[in-house]
Write a protein that binds this ligand. Sequence first.
Ligand SMILES: Nc1ncnc2c1ncn2[C@@H]1O[C@H](COP(=O)(O)OP(=O)(O)O)[C@@H](O)[C@H]1O
Ligand SMILES: [Mg+2]
Length: 424
Amino acid sequence: MPWLVREYQDDDFEGVVRLLDATSSDQASVFSFPECIVALRARQAAAVAVSHGEVVGAVIAIVAADRAWIARLAINPELRGQGMASSLLVALERQLVSAQVRRVGYVLPHEELAAEGLRKAGYEQQPALAYFEKRVALEPGQASVLEALGGEVLSPRLWDELLGMRFEKEVIERRVIAPLVHPELAAQHGVSPPRAVMLFGPPGTGKTTFARAVAARLEWPFVELLPSRLAEDDAGLAAGLRDAFAGIAQLDRVVVFIDEIEEIAAARGGPGHSRLHGVTNELLKLIPAFRRRSNRLLIAATNAVHTLDSAVIRPGRFDYVIPIGSPDDEARRALWSSHAHAADVDMASLVAASAVLTTAEIHHAAQTAAQASFERELLAPSSPDVTAGPTTTDYLTAISSIRPSLTPEIRADFEADTRTHARH
Ligand SMILES: Nc1ncnc2c1ncn2[C@@H]1O[C@H](COP(=O)(O)OP(=O)(O)O)[C@@H](O)[C@H]1O
Ligand SMILES: [Mg+2]
């Protein structure tokens, strides 16, 4: 099929759009479809190949001062390998030269076939270059809503930085994250993505850390609702909560975190209930509306799951109730390894000695040991060949100085709560 290459004209618009659309899956570019359309409309520089009145090839450039970027090079798959890429590039170049462009860049995936056409047209691959890209997680307009709510966009690394806690991570990964990341597949199997989950466990076990890590893993903004920020006193709390959820409804996607939810959803008849009756009712009304929208997840945390209003934690409101326990052997080993770098530290004894400590207490003990080692070195510097850093003894001393917050009663309560309330 003969084809002719020429400068792009407005009449070609539809044909080019159709071609870009048809070739978008296998002729990738770092420039998005909308970016290509904007460039076409602006008529900065573009060339087409036409055959029997149909657009069978197109190249679109974005020009910035004396530099141009090729936004897309699209070729009808049946006509590849016939030199069309280099003809298009030559035609484009003529326009670029008259627009005073000195350098033309094109970033494309490694395996992209057009590389051959590029070389023929005189383009050289720059092997030392690596392409870096950061996706800004927020659309314009969302940032100000997020700021008003005191929300933030977290580093995606947080999830991987969660050490140990394999059981909890796996439950959350499968039940919570997977259906939210793959909603179509979940729907095919009849799985409704979770909209609200409750984390419970003693203080310092990592509930807040998990909530933040889930937001990071989903790459959704994170908004923590703090009762103290919502209102000046309990009387204003219901209205504050309502306002906050109205703001949240404006976000396209979000993880909302309510820590110490027992503070706003105490059990009927329990302590604090009459004072908080209106607030609990408000929350009961807000959760169903929140659940109706996709791309959002409410995470609540509590140290005292048994004191919650049972209407709040029932299945229609919270999909899962997940215990976050003190770190198991593997988690403690991972935590200690993240602190103790010296090869001769006896990990097994640190893991055993810290059996009843929380994650927070292990971090604290590691810090105490590090400080002791640092002060010793300051006072009496050791010879350069002695390994710097805390010794096993430093760590064990630090561990023994901690009064564990997880008393036998607290641990027994947590186990009882897990038997009675956990749902995952
Ligand atoms: N799995 C973990 N890996 C590493 N650090 C953790 C982990 N879980 C908790 N931490 C750390 O332990 C401390 C207490 O965690 P936090 O999430 O505040 O506990 P909670 O909210 O249950 O009271 C924090 O300093 C946190 O960074
Ligand atoms: Mg917390």
